[in-house]
Design a protein around this ligand. Structure first.
Ligand SMILES: C[S@@+](CC[C@H](N)C(=O)[O-])C[C@H]1O[C@@H](n2cnc3c(N)ncnc32)[C@H](O)[C@@H]1O
Length: 410
């Protein structure tokens, strides 16, 4: 019976993954995180079984025995491509060892770990190999897949590595996609799309909150009880911008002229820089809009193509400018699924002079309306941004139930 299957949850955060597993039919016995606000949110929404504390200090004797499944999104900052200190010496990279320790002690039938996609490229793949081997050594049959939430009906592009391991001799099962990108080309394919539904857009998910004034008080909007519709109104940022006006097309055509009269092909230039298709944009291939190299690349390009000084100033002189919300590149998508909701400052609302509210982020992470977050604004943003989208977690949970149902042993 699926509702008897039990879970121990490590690094549970506010409980996105746990709620999804609960919705799939699991009984969560014990959960842990060392972020106090996250545990308060967890307690108020999921259950009292959450324990506040550093996992490194918790003896497995304190954790219930015989869980069917152990789940955990071990911290990913150390692994993230966004983090420049991404290396194997970062002690956060070894928190998965805590998960390994507890899994080795508790011997669940199945474990599910979640992480950022950057994990796969870390140390040229050595880190993921090490993780897989470590779990294999303690008796699990392990593999992983990169899942994009948007393919499962979440109104957000969010790619995560899901690692599943089992010691019960079954195949690890990952969810089938339920949604697809309906672009011009694919519209003609709708009828043959095997019942897949189009991606859910940001507007469809949070459009109803656009004109609702931000407040942390409870609201009733279109029959929905809304909490945490609170947002940062800091929508300006400093950034490095070009000091002078530039005409991109003109500069790209100029670069193409210099390339044509040199020995260099676009392919060779890409190889020289270690890029895949970047140089094609610098030279405005097929007269499509081009993009100007960044200053470092400009100087290197100049060295190899030996062009004159005509555009040096325009391209390389930068000044710090204030970026205001109308100009921000980080304005959220509206007619597409949103970009990844992050744990720090969320994107700026497409029509408003504010960032997305905690509730808007929570909806894009498929938290239900009655799931209320606690803590300061930045803490709530962090809890929401750290979470596995509930809907994706539910679908993963359903796969784990299928695996457990195939097991005929003890
Ligand atoms: C990516 S988040 C997990 C989010 C969660 N899976 C969800 O769906 O909501 C990682 C969590 O690990 C917690 N964490 C980091 N180091 C920890 C430690 N040493 N002990 C306990 N929790 C820790 C962080 O506080 C954070 O909430």
């Amino acid at each position: 019976m699926s509702d008897n299957y039990t879970v121990v949850s490590l690094f549970c955060g506010a409980g996105g993954m746990d709620l999804g597993f609960k919705q799939a039919g699991f009984n969560i016995l014990w959960a842990n995180d060392f972020d106090e606000d996250a545990t308060i949110t967890y307690k108020n929404n999921i259950g009292n079984h959450v324990v506040l504390g550093d996992i490194c200090q918790i003896d497995s004797g304190e954790i219930p025995n015989n869980p069917d499944v152990i789940i955990g999104g071990f911290p990913c900052q150390g692994f993230s491509v966004a983090n420049t200190k991404r290396n194997m010496d970062d002690e956060r990279n070894f928190l998965y060892k805590e998960m390994l320790r507890i899994i080795d002690d508790k011997k669940p039938k199945i474990f599910v770990a979640e992480n950022v996609k950057g994990l796969l490229s870390m140390e040229k793949g050595k880190v993921i190999d090490m993780i897989v081997k470590d779990f294999e050594k303690i008796g699990y049959s392990v593999n992983y897949e990169v899942l994009n939430s948007v393919d499962y009906g979440v109104p957000q592009t969010r790619q995560r590595v899901i690692i599943i391991g089992n010691r019960i001799g079954v195949d690890n099962i990952y969810p089938d996609k339920t949604h697809f990108l309906k672009d011009k080309k694919q519209q003609t394919l709708i009828s043959s799309n095997n019942g897949l539904k189009p991606y859910v857009t940001t507007k469809e998910a949070i459009g109803f909150l656009s004109d609702v004034k931000i407040t942390n008080n409870e609201l009733l909007v279109g029959g929905r009880e809304i909490h945490n519709h609170i947002a940062s109104t800091n929508v300006s940022d400093k950034f490095w911008a070009r000091k002078h006006d530039v005409d991109q097309a003109q500069i790209c055509d100029y670069l193409r002229g210099w390339r044509d009269s040199s020995e260099w092909t676009t392919k060779k230039i890409d190889e020289h820089f270690g890029y895949k298709h970047t140089a094609g944009h610098w030279f405005r291939k097929d007269n499509n809009s081009g993009s100007i190299p960044n200053p470092d690349d400009w100087w290197e390009l100049k060295r190899i193509l030996n062009f004159d000084d005509k555009y040096d100033k325009q391209v390389t002189e930068l000044i710090e400018k204030e970026i205001v919300f109308e100009q921000s590149l980080r304005i959220t998508n509206w007619d597409k699924p949103s970009d990844t909701i992050t744990a720090t400052s969320p994107e700026i609302h497409v029509n408003k002079k504010r960032r997305l509210s905690v509730r808007e982020c929570a909806i894009l992470q498929t938290f239900p309306d009655d799931f209320i977050f606690y803590g300061s604004l930045s803490s709530m943003y962090r809890q929401v941004g750290n979470a596995v989208p509930v809907l994706l977690a539910k679908k993963i949970g359903e796969c784990v139930i299928k695996m457990l149902n195939q097991y005929v042993g003890d």
